[in-house]
Design a binder for this molecule. Structure first.
Ligand code: PLP
Length: 400
């Protein structure tokens, strides 16, 4: 078979399974958030209510954040023009790293081009130390899985959020020198919180180090928006916090925060940090401004929790199945990819609602879902309208 035939066979396989992905092309509006314009939506004027945004606190459209970015871009230009070690460390990078370290109550922080790269680099560098086993939750993000793969270390994948399974696996590896436990504080596709404190207790029993991926909890949980570990008062127990600037912070990039030694180690050996240009300084300035604003947004965080509870209440009343949890990520379960895509398509075409279908390999093959997210900017009326429309179409397609 030629390369073209091989490629086509693979793509046809995806299409046949209903797992082929097609972009919805959006035109964001700073004024209309959380509504967007979707070019595929020919009905109405293309406006759609976004029920899947990762911009959980609406910070990407916050005037304070936009102004900081625009002002800095005018002063210093757009691209940084270098990698961090070769002419690409600007004052804005250093200022943001200081701010992130303080936010997470750690000695140091380091910025990466994305949360994906932060996870991948941190896990691959720590995992490549001699005599290492990485203990990774079975629902950890692809970036963590790929980090383990790059490290080529032994992996122990423990059952999702199951401290006892973790304990059994740690016991089995008791004599290994470098034991690294990696979990998430909020699982992106199931929307459940990690049992962080219980996991920490068990890791401590075996002198394992602890990494927490807080990507979906940054900005949305904790008294100053610093994440779930901060809310639980256990941030000092984590050896490394990993975050994203692209979700609750509303800008772009990822980071790690930890001790001077660990951060310096990853800075010195992480290919994902060394061999790439640094992020634009204007984005760094926007992130600093966003974090300053997020520290004052407790009211909005409470509102986010209330709106998420309202969403769960209305979905329950409408008998729409969703995964249990307490966060702002509420996965509405469909199962098979084709009906899931159909519900998503119809919501957009007929009801002006954007909620993309999540399919394999992001979720298991029979676990297709609509990953509904609530943001601090959704109104009660928008949530009510969404559930009413979803209930209508869900029942027509699934027949429950
Ligand atoms: N970790 C988790 C759990 C995620 O869901 C994602 C992306 O959605 C990432 C890491 C990567 O973050 P970023 O989008 O900043 O690359």
């Amino acid at each position: 078979m030629s390369l073209m035939e091989r490629v086509q066979t693979k793509i046809n396989g995806l299409k046949g399974d209903g797992n082929y992905r097609v972009f919805s092309i959006l035109k964001k509006s700073a004024e209309q958030f959380p509504s967007v314009k979707v070019s595929a939506n020919e009905k109405s004027d293309g406006a759609a209510l976004n029920m899947a945004s990762l911009d959980y606190m609406g910070m990407s459209v916050d005037t304070r954040v936009i102004d900081a970015m625009v002002k800095t871009a005018r002063e210093v230009g757009v691209g940084s023009g270098g990698s961090r070690n070769i002419g690409g460390t600007c004052q804005e990078h250093v200022d943001l790293e200081k701010e992130l370290a303080i936010w997470h109550e750690k000695e140091a922080a380091l910025i990466f081009s994305s949360g994906y790269v932060a996870n991948h680099t941190a896990v691959s560098v720590l995992g490549s130390l001699p005599d290492t086993v990485v203990f990774s939750d079975s629902l950890n993000h692809a970036s963590i899985i790929e980090g383990c793969r790059t490290a080529r270390c032994q992996k122990e994948i423990f059952d999702h959020n199951n401290p006892e399974d973790l304990r059994a696996r740690l016991q089995k590896c008791e004599n290994v020198e470098n034991k690294v436990v990696v979990v998430e504080s909020l699982y992106s596709m199931d929307g459940d919180f990690g049992k962080v404190e219980e996991i920490f207790d068990i890791a401590d029993e075996f002198s394992a180090s602890k990494i927490v991926n807080e990507v979906h909890a940054i900005g949305t949980y904790g008294p100053a928006g610093a994440g779930l570990c901060s809310e639980l008062g256990c941030v000092h127990r984590a050896d490394l916090i990993i975050g994203s600037l692209s979700k609750g912070v509303g800008t772009q990039g990822g980071y790690i925060a930890g001790s001077l030694e660990i951060v310096d180690f990853i800075r010195s050996f992480g290919y994902g940090f060394i061999f790439t240009c640094s992020l634009p300084p204007a984005i760094m300035k926007a992130a600093v401004e966003s974090i300053a604003a997020l520290k004052e947004r407790d009211l909005e965080r409470r509102g986010l929790a209330e709106k998420s509870n309202l969403m769960r209440h209305l979905l329950t009343k409408a008998s729409i199945p969703f995964l249990p949890g307490n966060s702002h990520i509420i996965p509405v379960m469909v199962g098979e990819p084709i009906p899931c895509q159909m519900i998503s398509n119809r919501l957009l075409a007929e009801r002006n609602i954007l909620v993309p279908a999540i399919k394999y390999p992001t979720v298991p093959k029979n676990g297709s879902r609509l990953r509904v997210t609530v943001t601090a900017r959704h109104t009660k009326e928008q949530i009510e309208a969404f559930v009413a429309n979803l209930a209508d179409i869900y029942k027509q397609e699934i027949g429950v």
